[in-house]
Design a protein around this ligand. Structure first.
Ligand SMILES: Nc1ncnc2c1ncn2[C@@H]1O[C@H](COP(=O)(O)OP(=O)(O)OP(=O)(O)O)[C@@H](O)[C@H]1O
Ligand SMILES: [Mg+2]
Length: 282
């Protein structure tokens, strides 16, 4: 057996073992096309989970266009690219942002000295498994689209959160991403958020349209985690490089993200219990 095949089997076993234990679940925040709000959501979602005493590691995994540091007006001293260049371990680049929330930032303008390839993605996941006991969730803010590397990443995730807009074109992009997710033999839990909606009804209708295509054509289940209103305060918070969860914790958008965080925790507990039941039975 060649070394790549051996490595894949090792990863597969590692993931199977961890899915039955209490170690951190890996959550990929993904979308079909770009600009659906993944980075804005990732940060505020991570913050809301941390506020609920979940230990979170958030990673800027959009390695070529990393920008979480810009959302928070942070100067990055240890970007993820240092790990890809074998200069540092993941552990060495973790920054504590607030209680229960650690972040590994990327750097924009990442030079092209290091080509990210599948081997580097796999190595990242091997190393993440070593950190898994310290966290409840490891959240990956991802690059848009279904490149080979993102699909590789998705194959190691326990949860995918697909962020879509309510427009039919964006729903179609989300469907294409779910089609890729459906090919994953490790069966991650696929959830959807409809962002920039004018009303809750618009979010539900958009999800129902997506869900009927998924139910009809793909052999997977997908759950709606919630919708987030379209609001100018989001853009304002990004322009002022402040975290909306801190500056406007009572705003509608943050209330919606809080509710999504609570739903996600409850949903995770349910999935965990089922997983335990299955592993006890087998
Ligand atoms: N709920 C919202 N209401 C209004 N504007 C929003 C909302 N969510 C996100 N935006 C806007 O959408 C833009 C894109 O957001 P963000 O950078 O988070 O998307 P992304 O999916 O991470 O993009 P990329 O694919 O390029 O990484 C931002 O300019 C932000 O102001
Ligand atoms: Mg982004």
């Amino acid at each position: 057996m060649d070394s790549q095949a051996t490595r894949l089997i090792e990863l597969f076993n590692l993931k199977k073992r961890n899915s039955a234990t209490n170690s951190a679940k890996i959550v990929s925040i993904i979308s079909g096309k770009g600009g659906t709000g993944k980075s804005f959501f990732s940060l505020n979602f991570a913050f809301q989970l941390a506020k609920r005493k979940k230990k979170i590691l958030l990673i800027d995994f959009d390695y070529n266009f990393a920008n979480l540091h810009l959302f928070l007006n942070k100067t990055v001293t240890s970007p993820l690219s240092d790990f890809f260049k074998d200069k540092k371990t993941l552990n060495e680049m973790i920054e504590e942002y607030t209680e229960n929330l650690d972040i590994i930032f990327g750097d924009s303008g990442f030079d092209n000295n290091v080509q990210i390839n599948e081997e580097k993605i796999e190595r990242t996941f091997f190393n993440l498994e070593k950190l898994a006991d310290d966290y409840d969730f490891i959240i990956l803010d991802s690059a848009a689209g279904g490149s080979e590397l993102t699909l590789r990443q998705i194959s190691f995730s326990d949860y995918n959160i697909i962020i879509t807009l309510p427009e039919p074109t964006s729903i179609m992009d989300a469907y294409v991403m779910l089609k890729y997710c459906a090919k994953n033999e490790l069966k991650p839990i696929n959830t959807v958020i409809v962002n920039k909606t004018d009303s809750k009804e618009e979010g539900k209708t958009a999800f129902n349209n997506l869900n009927s295509a998924v139910t009809h054509f793909l052999s997977i289940e997908v759950k709606l985690l919630g919708s987030i209103s379209n609001s100018d305060i989001v853009t304002k918070s990004i322009k002022s490089q402040e975290l909306l969860s801190k500056t406007a914790p009572e705003s509608q958008v943050i209330t919606e993200i809080s509710e999504i965080a609570e739903r996600f925790i409850k949903f995770g507990q349910l999935a965990n219990n089922n997983q335990r039941l299955i592993s006890n039975l087998s």
